[in-house]
Design a binder for this molecule. Structure first.
Ligand SMILES: [Zn+2]
Length: 441
């Protein structure tokens, strides 16, 4: 886990000093049973200390979710999920899974051959975003409005995101948050904050795997949960009360089979045009300065008129303190360079971001005119305010703070940012061995 690059223990110290004369501690003062209480915590160590949230704890105890951070499957005896799967199975094209999905988060295509014609519009192969299967819409990889940045963050909710979310709030800036289901159950109050702050919540799957490597049922199960709701969506719904209609594939790994399953489940597929590589800083040869350079390159490009006909999307993360600090570090420059910075659903006028019809999102014109949220948001659940016994709910005591980060350390697409080596040469070869591709990316 990276050291924090911008959080300091000063807040906790100040809290202790203030509290001492009153003979109370900040720990007692903290309310970790509501979104509002959790949002007040400013010490990242406190933020990342697991807590018990009753609805999640009860649901997990009742066996309503697969194990966290493992590839999801349809649970035994879950006839609703099975029936739902059966109902959409006719819409799934006959495309075989690609490679294998080991227990690690890494994809593995050793020995897997794939035609250079890219018959399945496999993004990992050649960044294909226009499906070849009839009836599928193109992935969203750019935004239609010129000089506009479609603003989004993957891999949340992160347990120590309060400083980042406070910053966005101070700037009245909304974003699209691609939450991982396992993170949502680890940090349900943080997920609730995403909705309460007016961000757009989208799906980033249950366990953050290479989706094209999974079987049809596994792909389905990464999305779905019981009672005719969707898995990750159910995870979000349990804590936030909404069912998303958009998703982003982990690593960008999507093909027409996975797109077809997502579509059948009501999910629009969202990719990106540039990768900040923030998720890779500190690994391999990628340094913090490289991430700075990627941000700088994007800013230079907008200044040079590269986005005068349509806007763009850059992959950035809520993965750790570094990625969030980079987002804050460059926000003012992005704001000055781009004409508009808007959530992805706003950029595409998705005025109903969730299945629930009582929640509305401003369209692009409304947002840039200053209406960044619309009324009618559903109330946050209140049933989580009860605690029981201090036992952990959705996770083991350590899994939140540890797997919440390690589970996504390899998150984000294995794609070099900007002018990194492409895979066009590989695509032109007769056969594609993705193991080679991995070495190059
Ligand atoms: Zn991710």
């Amino acid at each position: 886990m990276r050291p924090s690059s911008f959080f300091t223990p000063q807040n906790a110290l100040a809290c202790a000093l203030l509290a001492a004369p009153l003979l109370v501690t900040c720990a007692i003062a903290q309310d970790r049973t509501t979104e509002q209480g959790e949002a007040q915590i400013t010490d990242p160590n406190e933020e990342c200390t697991p807590y018990y949230y009753a609805p999640v704890g009860q649901a997990v105890a009742a066996g309503q979710f697969p194990p966290l951070w493992t590839p999801a499957t349809i649970l035994d005896n879950d006839t609703n999920a099975q029936n739902k799967y059966n109902s959409i199975s006719g819409q799934i094209p006959n495309i075989a899974p690609k490679g294998t999905q080991p227990q690690s988060l890494e994809g593995n295509w050793t020995g897997f051959s794939y035609p250079s014609t890219d018959p399945d519009c496999w993004w990992t192969f050649d960044q294909c975003t226009t499906p070849k299967l009839a009836g599928l819409s193109p992935d969203l990889s750019v935004v239609p409005e010129p000089n506009t940045l479609g603003y989004g963050f993957d891999d949340g909710p992160n347990c120590s995101h309060n400083a980042f979310y406070d910053y966005l709030q101070e700037n009245d800036q909304k974003a699209t948050m691609f939450y991982i289901g396992s993170n949502v159950l680890d940090w349900p109050l943080e997920a609730q904050r995403g909705l309460a702050d007016g961000h757009e919540l989208c799906v980033h799957t249950w366990s953050h795997r290479y989706m094209t490597a999974l079987t049809n049922e596994e792909v389905f199960a990464e999305f779905y949960y019981k009672s005719l709701t969707l898995l990750q969506m159910q995870a979000i719904k349990l804590v936030a009360g909404v069912t998303p209609t958009c998703w982003r594939p982990p690593f960008g790994d999507v093909d027409d089979r996975v797109r077809a399953i997502a579509k059948a489940m009501g999910l629009r597929t969202i990719i990106w045009q540039y990768d900040s590589n923030d998720w890779r800083a500190g690994t391999g040869n990628i340094t913090d300065a490289d991430v700075d350079a990627n941000y700088d390159t994007l800013i230079t490009r907008v200044q040079n008129g590269s986005f005068n006909t349509e806007g763009t999307i850059m992959l950035t993360h809520e993965l750790n303190n570094f990625t969030m600090s980079e987002a804050m570090k460059f926000y003012d420059q992005l704001k000055a360079a781009f004409k508009y910075i808007v959530p992805l659903g706003v950029a595409t006028n998705q005025t109903q971001p969730y299945v629930e019809t009582d929640y509305a999102q401003p369209n692009f014109e409304q947002y840039i005119s200053g209406t960044t949220t619309l009324s009618g948001n559903p109330p946050l659940p209140t049933s989580g305010s009860t605690t029981s016994g201090g036992s952990t709910g959705g996770s083991s005591p350590s899994s939140g703070a540890t797997t919440g980060t390690t589970g996504t350390n390899t998150g984000g697409a294995r794609r070099l940012a900007f002018d990194g080596p492409g895979v066009g040469g590989l695509a032109a070869s007769a056969l594609f061995i993705a193991g080679v591709l991995r070495l190059l990316m």
